[in-house]
Every structure is written in structure tokens, then in C-alpha cells.
Design a protein around this ligand. Structure first.
Ligand code: HEC
Length: 209
């Protein structure tokens, strides 16, 4: 696995770091001055534009130290807004090809200035999740997804919808999730999200063996 599109998550953690760099400022929000310093420290190159420093509401709330353990109402508001923004495929077909999904889960290429924007990005799922039994190298920031479909009663329409939406935009379910918003931020295409959904739910995929 190769490292990925960390440009944006890296920036988010820079914002958190800027907010709690020294003792007395520990619980302060990120100031306009902090943002200017951060903006001055980056330059646009290729597809990695400075617009990546522009945070939407969810990112702003999640970057502010006082709201890292955010209030329940705020979390509910972030989840509701992100849930409403999930775009499901118009044809209603949420299951793709698990073999393609496995390749997407294994690949972390994409979104960096040095990547070709015309080449599809990977999902890098293994960086944070155990997915299949065969792959012995994986991260543990996220829960193991091994046997995901089997444990959830298979590929019912509800599970397909939940899984597709979860991958499309994790913040629709967990405010301030560490998981990338694959559909929402245009990291993966509709077809790629279908493919990883099939990887998790198809009874023939290595996930459910
Ligand atoms: C940077 C780490 C990271 C990456 C990369 C990542 N995830 Fe996650 N994922 C998480 C975390 C953390 C959770 C726990 C819940 C949350 O915070 O959203 C999670 C939760 C999930 C869940 C919900 C599990 C459940 O029990 O309902 C699914 C499904 C999922 N991830 C699928 C994927 C897929 C598929 C990919 C690759 C396309 C992926 N994740 C990539 C961190 C990640």
C-alpha cells in the first residue's frame, strides 16, 4: 500500500495543532491569524489547490479544540446535514464488482499534487481497517471489516444503503469521523463506491469467507 491523499486530513490536523500548540491557548479556537499563517505555508500545485484549506461547517467544528468532544446537539446537526447531502446512484444499483472493490481498498494513490488527476484514486481502506483475511498488513484506526456482510445478515437493501452512505460520507453517521468522505469529497466515483460496497457485502467476496 502506498500513502494517499493525506493533503486534506493533514491540513485538518495542522489546524488542530495550531489551536493547541502552547499551554495557555490549549482550549482556544483556531483564529483568523492561525489560518493566515497556515495559508501562507502552502502553495498550490497541480490538482492540490489552496481551496483544500477552505473548511466546510463540519470540518470547522471538528478542527476546533473545544469542540473535538463536541456537544451532542452539534454532532447531531453535522450528521443531519451530511446525511441529507448523500447522493445515491440514480439507478438505485448500489452493488458493484467486489474484485474491483478489493483493488480500490488496497490502493492509496490519488489526490496528491504528484498524482495524475485523470487516474482514479484508491480508497486505502486497509490503511485503517482489516478487510480480508488474506491481507496481513492493515491499520486499526477503524474497526475490522472482516466478515462485515456475514455479521450483518447479508446484502439486504437496508445494509446496501447504509454501507454505500457510510462510505460516501462517514460524517453522516459519526460527526468528526476520522474516515475520509469518499463520495462527498469526490475521492471515489459512484462506481468505485458500488465496488467497495460489494466487497463488504457480496457473499463471495473474501471479506465474507
Ligand atoms: C483514515 C482512516 C480510514 C480509512 C482510510 C477508511 N476508514 Fe472506514 N472507518 C474509519 C473509522 C475511524 C471508522 C469508525 C466509525 C467512524 O468514525 O466513522 C470507520 C468505519 C467504517 C465503516 C462502518 C463500520 C460499521 O461497523 O458500521 C465502514 C463500512 C467503513 N469504515 C468502510 C470503509 C471503506 C470501504 C474504506 C475504503 C474505501 C474505509 N472505510 C476507509 C476510518 C477509516
Amino acid at each position: 500500500m502506498k500513502p494517499v491523499y493525506w493533503a486534506l486530513p493533514a491540513v485538518v490536523s495542522v489546524l488542530v495543532a495550531a489551536g493547541c500548540a502552547t499551554g495557555p491557548r490549549q482550549m482556544e479556537a483556531v483564529t483568523a491569524e492561525d489560518l493566515n499563517i497556515i495559508k501562507a505555508s502552502f502553495r498550490a500545485q497541480g490538482q492540490a489547490g489552496l481551496d483544500r484549506l477552505d473548511q466546510d461547517d463540519a470540518q470547522k467544528h471538528c478542527s476546533n479544540p473545544p469542540t473535538v468532544t463536541i456537544a451532542k446537539e452539534l454532532a447531531a446537526r453535522i450528521e443531519k446535514a451530511n446525511f441529507a447531502a448523500i447522493k445515491y446512484p440514480a439507478d438505485g444499483n448500489l452493488m458493484g464488482d467486489w474484485r474491483a472493490g478489493e483493488r480500490i481498498a488496497q490502493t492509496g494513490v490519488g489526490m496528491q499534487f504528484s498524482d495524475n488527476p485523470k487516474t482514479p484514486s484508491g480508497g486505502n481502506c486497509y490503511a485503517c481497517h482489516q478487510v480480508s483475511k488474506e491481507e496481513i498488513s492493515f491499520g486499526t484506526i477503524g474497526p475490522s471489516l472482516y466478515n462485515y456482510g456475514k455479521l450483518r445478515g447479508g446484502a439486504s437493501p437496508e445494509m446496501q444503503r447504509y454501507t454505500y452512505g457510510r462510505i460516501y460520507n462517514p460524517q453522516a453517521f459519526t460527526a468528526c469521523s476520522n474516515m475520509p468522505r469518499f463520495g462527498h469529497n469526490g475521492i471515489l466515483t459512484e462506481q468505485q463506491i458500488r465496488d467497495v460496497t460489494a466487497l463488504l457485502l457480496d457473499p463471495n467476496s473474501p471479506v465474507n469467507q
